[in-house]
Design a protein around this ligand. Sequence first.
Ligand code: 5GP
Ligand code: MN
Length: 344
Amino acid sequence: MADFYTEYVSKFRDAIEKHTFFCIVGHTSPDGDAVGACVALREYLESRGKKAVIVLPNAFPAFLSFLDPHGAIMIYDSCKEKASETLGAADAIVCLDFNSLSRVDEMGRIIAASTAFRMMVDHHVSPVAGDFDLLISDTHVSSTCELLYRLLTGMPDVASDASRLPMAASEALFTGMTTDTNNFSNSTYPSTFSMASALLAAGVDRTAILYRLYNQFSESRLRLIGELLKNRMTIVDGKFSYMVLTKELQRKYSYSKGDVEGVVNRPLEIGDVVLSALFTQDDDFVRVSMRSKEGTEISGFAKKYFNGGGHPNAAGGKLFMKIEEVPDYFVKTVREFGREAWVL
Ligand code: 5GP
Ligand code: MN
C-alpha cells in the first residue's frame, strides 16, 4: 500500500475522533459505490457510538435497496427541509465518491455554506481542493469503497482485521467495489482482490450480493436493453458507438433509474469500437455516460464537450440540447476531439 496511506489514516482517525455528528453524502444519481461507501461508513461510525446520517441528492436505483433495508437514507430531493436541517446540525460532512461540490447540485451550496468540517474520500481525478477541509484521494483504487476499506481497516479498533468491521459495512463495501468494477472486469488492482479476499474470509456472502445486484430485474428492463443494442446503437467511423434512450423509449419499456446500468459497456465488446456513449433524455437535460477501451482517454472529452468529467475510461456529463440534436453533436465532437487526442 502506498506510503501516503499512513498520513490518510491518521487524518481520517483524527477527524472521526474530533467530531460527533456526521452527515454522510454521496453524489447525484447515486451508484453502488456511492451508496455502498455511505452505508459502510455509517455502520462503522455507529459502531463507534457516533451519530451518522446519510443524505443523498436524489434517489438511488431499486436494485440497491437491499443496502437500505430500513429506509434510513435521506433523499434531499424528496425532503429538502429535513435534509437541510440535518446538514446544518452535523459537525462533520463526509463527501464520498465525488470530488467537487458541483456533483451534488443544490446540496453543494448548503455544504459550501456550512461551518461543519468537510472531508472528501474519493477516487476520481482532479479533486477541487477549495471545496473541502480534508481531501483523501487515490485514483489507483477500484472504487471509493476500496479506499474507505483501507481507511477503516487502518483504524486502531479494526487493526487490519476485516472481521472486526460490522457485517453490514463489509457487505456494503463489497457491493460498491463489485458495481464499480463491473464484477471484477475493470479497474481491478491487486489490492482490490486482497480486499475481496479479506471480506469473503470475514463472512461476506458474495452469492447473495450478486443475486441482489444482477438477478432481480423486470422483463421490460431486459427487453429495453435488447431494443437499445439491436436497433438504437450507431457506430461512427467504425470506432465510436452511441445509443440514445429517448423519453419515448423510456415510457414504452416502463424505464426506471438503473435499468440500463452497464449497457454502455456492451458496444466495447466489438473489436474496433474504442468509445461507447449512452445519451439518456431527462426532464431538462440529456445525461451522458461514456466508456472507452484502454488507450482511449475520455475524461478530457467529457469535460471539453459534455459539461462533465470522470476517469480515463469511464466518464459522463450533461448536455443541454434537444435529444434530436444529440447524434449530430456527438459525431461532430468525436471527430473534432479525435483529430487532437486520439488517432482515427
Ligand atoms: P456513469 O456513466 O457511470 O454515470 O459515470 C461514469 C463516471 O463519469 C462517474 O464515475 C463520474 O466520474 C463521471 N461523471 C458522470 N456524470 C458526470 C457529471 O455530470 N460530471 C462529472 N464531472 N463527472 C461525471
Ligand atoms: Mn466510484
